[in-house]
Design a protein. Structure first.
Length: 86
């Protein structure tokens, strides 16, 4: 009997402009994809604008625990966001 290991999901805060959403994803690329869907649902009149944005315009941060600050996450294209005090 075999089973497929489920991918480990991480909670990400994704920001673009003045909007932000929290999504569950495997990596930063998937987090941006999920954020586009969530923002498109939240702001249907801006759906086309949201889906035409470059991935680099999204700031993606992995959120570890509610009691700690978010840690910037470096995706495949480099760092998304910047660490405070770095």
């Amino acid at each position: 009997m075999s089973y497929r290991q489920q991918p480990r999901l991480t909670r990400f805060r994704v920001e673009v402009g003045h909007s932000q959403v929290i999504v569950l994803a495997c990596d930063a690329v998937e987090a941006v994809r999920e954020a586009r869907l969530a923002l498109g649902r939240d702001m249907p009149r801006l759906w086309d604008v949201i889906h035409q944005l470059d991935d680099g315009q999204f700031v993606v941060q992995a959120v570890w625990n509610a009691g700690t600050s978010a840690v910037p996450f470096a995706g495949p294209g480099g760092a998304h966001g910047s660490a405070a005090g770095s």
